[in-house]
Design a protein around this ligand. Structure first.
Ligand code: SF4
Ligand code: FE
Length: 487
């Protein structure tokens, strides 16, 4: 089997027997349903661009397992150059989709599991890493899309997994036998899962010995028996499913963010060869930390690409209104560019300062990666605010595409929503709807909570900050002889 093309990918999704619910209905075929098509199209680009000579250097890599050419979204980073290419790749694709193409979550999950299983085996004498390598080879050979599955519903956040009234609030092992394990629970906010092939389950947080049944990492197809997906709503999603127009959707081809689902695991059997952690609670925290940092690295890549589109759309809005030369507008655009490039700088920096793990796989600098994502939780809101400021109120009050084309009132919409000569009202509406789609509702919340909530980054930032070293620097300069134990 070789790398899949975009159409191979779409065709392969049809071979699944996946159990998906949305809007109170069971979905017969995800790839044929307007609610999911934009997400399928966005993910499909991660396949398609591997065959484009102008992008293949970024989108493909050489497998360190087989030496074969593979899609980079299945690659284990072998150098800082690989980490940098990842960021460039994410920005490139986001600039083409203006939305999330979902495939990075599984990529990060695979990289994190690869290095952590190696270290587990070294210390514990287990064989998780060998199992994982076989799984990875299967993923690479078949060019599969993997949904990284970390976040548990968590119930009462003040209680540990074992203290929850309902034990299913965290995914846990309910049975172990000769053939494998049975797990129960759910994974929330599952980006791209309904158009993935596999899911790679990881623990959601550091675990203590009391919670070892919850320390589980394993993989299985998304259509395994007992797996049910309930698709989440997005802002304005009825514009896709109703009889509204293509213009009203803003980004009809690629949609808004990733398409998330709540995935129920109702006594799912996983054979031992697909189990990569089972009750080794002491390694749960490390796996979470690795995955989170890899995923936070991404955000100055994909969100920079998304912001490139927002900046372009905002500039086009300003041009259509004749305000693009106003100095305050230009200054606000400069600010948007500055914020975007600051995000990108962070992602490039955490990649350049990456280092090899004992497995040989490269890991980002976690302090810088968490800093990038923390910036995203602020800067994307500011970029959206500036875009709204420049784009004007019509973005929020535009009539529908049907009114634009209405036999009686269409002429008024065309007349009164027109800006400068040379730009049609329809084009102006298209850009305004794109801005609306990319800067509101679900899109913003994703920037806040995707790859972990801001507080999760602050915990990591404090842990990585090496405050003791900073205190030493200060005391030395201040001429204080520290007799106390080092901080
Ligand atoms: Fe990838 Fe960005 Fe989507 Fe996360 S939000 S899956 S990093 S494109
Ligand atoms: Fe995400």
């Amino acid at each position: 089997m070789a790398m899949k093309s975009g159409s191979d990918y779409k065709e392969s999704l049809k071979q699944r027997n996946i159990n998906v619910y949305a809007f109170g209905e069971k979905i017969e075929e995800v790839t044929a349903h307007p609610l999911f098509q934009p997400h399928v199209e966005a993910a499909s680009l991660t396949y398609e661009l591997a065959f484009d000579p102008s992008t293949e250097d970024l989108v493909t890599a050489k497998s360190h397992l087989t030496n074969k050419k593979i899609n980079r979204f299945t690659h284990i980073h072998q150098s800082t150059d690989d980490l940098i290419k990842k960021v460039k790749l994410l920005r490139l694709i986001a600039g083409k989709t203006g939305s999330c193409y979902q495939r990075c979550v599984g990529w990060d999950a695979m990289n994190a599991t690869y290095s952590v299983t190696f270290e587990m085996d070294q210390e514990l004498g287990t064989d998780y890493h060998q199992r994982f390598r076989k799984y990875l080879e299967y993923i690479q050979e078949n060019d599969l899309m993997v949904a990284g599955s970390m976040t548990d519903p968590k119930g009462d956040r003040s209680l540990t997994p074992g203290k929850q009234k309902d034990p299913d609030m965290f995914v846990h092992v309910v049975e172990k036998n000769d053939k494998g394990i049975v797990i129960r629970g759910a994974k929330a906010h599952m980006t791209g899962i309904v158009n993935s092939h596999e899911m790679l389950v990881m623990p959601t947080m550091a675990m203590g010995e009391d919670d070892k049944a919850y320390a589980v990492a394993c993989a299985f197809p998304v259509d395994t028996e007992g797996v049910i997906h309930i698709f989440g709503r997005q802002t304005n999603d009825e514009r896709r499913t109703g009889d509204g127009g293509e213009i009203d959707q803003g980004n009809a081809k690629y949609g808004t963010v990733g398409g998330e689902a709540l995935t129920i695991l109702e006594d799912v059997f996983v054979p031992w060869e697909r189990v990569f952690m089972c009750e080794e609670a002491q390694y749960a925290g490390l796996l979470v930390e690795r995955f989170a940092s890899y995923h936070r690295q991404n955000y100055g890549g994909c969100k920079a690409g998304v912001s490139d589109v927002i900046i372009g759309a905002t500039t086009a809005m300003a041009q259509s209104s004749g305000v693009d030369k106003a100095s305050h507008v230009r200054d606000k655009v400069v600010e948007m560019v500055h914020l975007t490039e600051t995000l990108y700088c962070g992602s490039i920096a955490c990649s350049c300062e990456g280092a090899a793990t004992p497995s040989g796989a490269y890991y980002v600098n976690p302090l810088l990666a968490n800093t990038v994502k923390q910036n995203v939780t602020r800067f994307i809101y500011e970029i959206a605010r500036l875009s709204h400021d420049i784009s004007g109120g019509c973005m929020a009050t535009l009539p529908s595409e049907k009114d634009l084309n209405h036999p009686e009132v269409g002429k008024y919409v065309k007349k009164y929503f027109k800006g400068v000569e040379g730009v049609s009202t329809e084009d102006r509406m298209r850009i305004a709807r794109l801005v609306e789609n990319m800067t509101g509702g679900t899109a913003l919340v994703e920037s806040m909570h995707g790859a972990g909530s801001p507080q999760a980054q602050r915990v990591m930032i404090l842990r990585q900050a090496n405050l003791g070293h900073k205190v030493k620097l200060a005391k030395k300069l201040a001429g204080i002889k520290d007799k106390e134990k080092d901080l």
